[in-house]
Each structure stands twice: as C-alpha cells, then as structure tokens.
Write a protein that binds this ligand. Sequence first.
Ligand SMILES: Nc1ncnc2c1ncn2[C@@H]1O[C@H](COP(=O)(O)OP(=O)(O)O)[C@@H](O)[C@H]1O
Ligand SMILES: [Mg+2]
Length: 392
Amino acid sequence: MTQENVLEALKNVTYPGFTKDIVTFGFVKDVLVNGTTVGLTIDITSSADEVKAQLRDEATSELKKLGFEQIQINVKAPQAPKQMSNSVSGKNIAPHVKNFVMVSSGKGGVGKSTTSVNIAIAMAMQGKKVGLLDADIYGPNIPRMMGVDGQKPEIQGNKVQPLKAYGVEIMSMGSLMEDGQSLIWRGSMIMKAIEQFLRDILWSELDVLVIDMPPGTGDAQLTLAQSVPVTAGITVTTPQEVSLDDSRRSLDMFQKLHIPTAGIIENMSGFICPSCDEESDIFGMGTTVPVAKEYDTDVIARIPIEPAIRVGGDTGMPVTYHKPDSETAKRFQEAASTLLAFIDKVNAEGGADNSAVQPTTPPGVSACSTGAGAASAPAKEHDHSGGGCGCN
Ligand SMILES: Nc1ncnc2c1ncn2[C@@H]1O[C@H](COP(=O)(O)OP(=O)(O)O)[C@@H](O)[C@H]1O
Ligand SMILES: [Mg+2]
C-alpha cells in the first residue's frame, strides 16, 4: 500500500459541517507507510474535542478498510487562546487580546473612523501588535479607509481570519457583506455581532484592539463593555458647541460603563491651508478643554482640517502612514503615545474591570424590561451606577 492509497481513502472523510473532505482541505500531512503500518497527522483549525474525535474515528475506519493493522493518527489542533489580558476581573470573551480601546462619539461624521485608523496605524508604527475592529455596523467605513475594500476574509472552520494592512489586523461588517448592502439591526443582532467580532475572529495575541463604535450610546457600546474589560475610552468631537453636547453623553457613558477615559480628540480643529501651511480657525478651537475638565480628563490631540486627511480616507492611504512628516501625522503619533502611556497606567493600577456592568438579570430576561423578571433580579452590592441595565 502507498501514500496515494491512503490519501485516496481519506477523501471519504469529510470535515464536520462541510461538504469538502480533509484531504482536499489540505489537512492531512506527514503520511508514512510501512507494510501494514501507517502514521499521519491531521492538522485542523478547530480545537473542539468532538471534531478531533470524529476525524480520528472516521480516518481509522477508512484505513482499516484498506487493510492497515497499525494506525497512528496525530490530530494537531490550535491551542485554546492563552489568558493574555492584563485584566483578570469581570468577563472577557477575547482573553488573548491584552487591551481594548473604545473609540466613540456623540454623533456621526466627526472623524471617529479617521481617528481609529490613524491611531491604530500610529501604534503599529511604534512597534505594538494592533488590531482594528470596525464595530460601526451601520456605516462600516474602515475597509475603504484602510485600502482593503473588496477583499474578502478567509474563513477557517467557523472562524474568520482578519484582513491586514499597514501592519494592522482588520475586521469589519463591510468586509463580510456585499458593497452597499444594509442590514436592519435589532438589539439582539447587534449584541450577537459584537460578540462574534470578539470571539470568532482569529485575532493574533494583540497588544491593543482599537474598536470604532457606531455613533451614540446604545446596545453596541453596552455589549462591548459587558463582553471585554475596555482599558481605555476615547471620545472624538469637533469643536462646535452642538458636537460638544453630544460628547458629554459619550463621556458620561464611559463613566457609567466603568471605562477609564483616556481623553478627547478634538478633530477638525482649525484648518491648515494646503498652499501656505498656515492654520486658521473655522469651527472654533480650544472649546473642548472645559468639557474635558468637567469629566476629569484631557484633550489628547487637536487634529486640524486638512484635505490630505480626507483624501487619505477616501483612497485608503492614511496620512499617518503615507505622510509621516505632516503635522497631522505627528499629532496622531503623539496621541498614540499618550494613549499607550494611559493604558500602562490603567494596568499598573490593576487593569480595567467590567464586573460592575454585567447584566443583573437571569439569562433569557431582558435587562431593560420593567416586569417582574428585572425587578426580582439579584442586584450586585457594589453596583451603584445603574450600568447593569444601561437604559437609564
Ligand atoms: N481632520 C480632518 N480633515 C479633513 N477631513 C476629515 C478630517 N477628519 C475627518 N475627515 C473626513 O470627514 C469625513 C467623516 O469622517 P469619519 O472619520 O468617517 O467620521 P465618523 O467615523 O465619525 O462618521 C470623512 O470623509 C473623513 O475623511
Ligand atoms: Mg465612521
């Protein structure tokens, strides 16, 4: 009997849940045949014990049919993710990511995605392992801004490989759907999508995962805060009073969700003229500092309006990477350094902790219902924030 006979026989073993067999998938390796003895490795992507057992049983029976007497099958599967996170308190469904940064804003169009992209790239340029999750399920712009629009991620078993650009791992609803397609999101679907982004994407062991949130304060923010300990929150605002009003809501949300606030990024703050490089004031400037003080935090960057930022976003060539000498790139680099220092400080003081924002209702009962289920739910002693519900 030969290697070819073995591979031919193993084509009868399909991978659980798929129509393709393990040979076609390329999972069968190192086949060694010696008389009626055979040894081989099955290298799979799932670490589930049932999958391993089923493949071993089916492969053994196929090889017995061929007449082998001694059968050695080594099933190699990825290790379950190591606990890497700096935080050990509360719930963490992505423990191989060390730190999570939530980028939020009160309203859309203020530069949240632009900030997420450039801060993520700046941290990667500073040598960190960085991921960028586009959790703005209503308006997923990250693929275009990172220049990976049109690329489809590779599926491995029931997990998805992130895309990669500028040294940053990327995942977005925009990469999983057809262009221009929309979904009508229910609360429960939002929760599921956020959880899957954290659990079912094959993120590496990241130092930081930057998460670009939908605008406002809603189900996505609450689910994220309940699923992983968020190490730092950043609010992006423009300098106009109307935008600042919304930013206060965002900062208040960080406090309610027990997310340490890294600071505010004042975007579209002044205009740098492309022909003379001079900075002028359009939307107002410096109006954000008093708001930061109200919430005991700082303005960590002022990013001017600069045509290169918009062009960089539209063409998938972010300024921080492509124009590293520009004033804007330098400011994003500084903001990234400040953020990394803040993350170190939070971790030195014990790390982020989301135990106070866990749902206080039994499984299956909506935390937002006012009925008997919610009323009879055991409240945690130290939960003074009302954050367990999130709708007050
Ligand atoms: N500082 C800036 N200068 C010039 N254009 C900017 C600046 N910040 C954002 N933009 C542009 O404004 C638009 C909205 O920004 P975006 O990051 O998508 O906002 P959000 O994610 O908050 O909705 C994008 O076209 C972006 O390129
Ligand atoms: Mg956006």
